[in-house]
Design a protein around this ligand. Sequence first.
Ligand SMILES: Nc1ncnc2c1ncn2[C@@H]1O[C@H](COP(=O)(O)OP(=O)(O)OP(=O)(O)O)[C@@H](O)[C@H]1O
Ligand SMILES: [Mg+2]
Length: 239
Amino acid sequence: MLSVEGLETRYGSVTAVRGLALEVSEGEIVGVLGPNGAGKTTTLLTVMGLLKPSAGRVRFLGREITALSHERVVAAGIGLVPEGRWILNEMTVRENLLMGAYLRRDGDRALRQDLDRLFEIFPILRPRQGQRAGTLSGGEQQMLAIARTLMGRPRLLMLDEPSWGLAPLLVEEIMRVLRHLNEQGTTVLLVEQNARQALGVVRRCYVVELGRVVFSGTPTELRQHSLLTKAYLGGAGRG
Ligand SMILES: Nc1ncnc2c1ncn2[C@@H]1O[C@H](COP(=O)(O)OP(=O)(O)OP(=O)(O)O)[C@@H](O)[C@H]1O
Ligand SMILES: [Mg+2]
């Protein structure tokens, strides 16, 4: 479904991603792990058409999307739940959700149906529809950020550290939601520093260091990899 090959992205003289490659098949739930500054966010922003790569290519559903604008990438069916959530605090929960549908042209009725479907997945949001988003708790804001991206009806949902700053029980809730969405047919690419919980839901994962993939395999294979296990499951870092 998604295929990234030889990707290189720079910020001026800093090469943040150097020759990164990864694949996601339709229906999968795949993890990307790696320490601070590894290039995870840069990779997602490049896939989304928000940063221009200096080399490499990105294909989605058999079509080259490397040079497409952000709007076109979203229209092609990829949605990103960004690092840090980017909730619009002054707007209501409902307005935030509708922002996620800004490229859709299928009418109010379809939007209302999707809002209803999302309130079933995220029941805490329904009674808070008219509330300012800034008044929500961190966990509720993360749910809102995911729901907002889902309003764009992505076929591939990419999430950038959704567990950041959340208590373990809320992280579990987020992982449960991701598993549910995946079972309902959404393909998921999950970027996490919080390896332990991410490895509980993903079927396959990549470890990225210094802008490259240094491991690719199943969570079981990763756990057998003693050096990486020490780095990612030994309690180091903020996860
Ligand atoms: N706007 C920017 N300008 C210059 N350098 C940047 C910028 N954003 C990121 N970088 C650098 O690019 C590299 C990769 O950063 P990136 O944010 O992609 O890493 P990350 O894996 O998402 O890290 P984290 O886990 O902290 O979110 C780092 O060396 C970082 O300092
Ligand atoms: Mg990041």
